[in-house]
Design a protein around this ligand. Structure first.
Ligand SMILES: [Zn+2]
Length: 66
């Protein structure tokens, strides 16, 4: 499946990443490696790895309006 995240504009990507909480770092906006967005049940999920500690982080996001 296509990685929806890469179709979003830079501003949107930054906003989404700023919203991601890393449970290990106990911080928001640590940066995300290998971000991948996929469709869930009515919502999308953005999953990646915390750029700081490598912990898997997941954010629930609104589906992209294409
Ligand atoms: Zn982290």
């Amino acid at each position: 499946m296509a990685n929806v995240f890469l179709t979003r504009n830079e501003e949107e990507q930054e906003l989404m990443i700023a919203d991601i909480w890393c449970g290990k770092c106990q911080e928001y906006n640590m940066g995300v490696d290998e971000p991948h967005e996929y469709a869930g049940n009515g919502v999308n999920f953005l999953e990646g790895k915390c750029a700081e500690c490598g912990n898997t982080v997941v954010l629930e996001v609104a589906p992209a309006s294409v």
